[in-house]
Design a protein around this ligand. Sequence first.
Ligand code: PRP
Length: 211
Amino acid sequence: MRYLTFALGKGRLAKKALELFEKIGIQCEEMKDPASRKLIFVNEERKLRFFLSKGPDVPTYVEYGAADIGIVGKDTILEEGRKLYEVLDLGFGKCDMCVCGPKSAGELLNHGQLIRVATKYPNIAKDYFYNKRHQTVEIIKLNGSIELAPIVGLSEVIVDIVETGATLRENGLDVLEKICPLSARMVVNQVSMKMENERISQIIRDIRSVL
Ligand code: PRP
């Protein structure tokens, strides 16, 4: 039997994903050790391998078949636009992709002005403003702490994830428009889905039964 390989996005989702695997009897104790610098973990008994990567790299590993299965946020799936099957909504990591900014920026949005939009998600922002809103904007790519951009005058608005809304509140910003709801998803390589259909379908069924 060949190994089935799982790619998990580092951070918030990985912990929840491991809890979910435990619920269906897949243990990976070693992976929970925060002091470990090991990159890949093997469950010999079930012939499974797990690795952690940066979230945006998960769809890449899965598209190329370096991982058969990935656990990743819908935001990353939309942004990366890779060829893969999205097979399950795991129901955790729920949040929204939103256009945010100071209240005053709502006016600029509604009057279709040429505004600057800072974001970690340029493809999602482009799709929203160009294809859905039919509004020309300047998109500025950032890598984190996006809420800073309107505060320091880099952009009028941002496109970012809102979970509790605390970051916005503490920085005097508001949700101006909701783009779409997000949550963690299970994705599968298209060839693996055919070649390892039995094992992968069983994992999907097991997970579905505990969701
Ligand atoms: C995310 C997101 C927001 C924040 C939203 O950032 O980009 O900044 O969480 O959560 P909240 O609504 O509960 O406040 P993350 O912590 O992932 O870090 P980043 O700023 O480096 O992207």
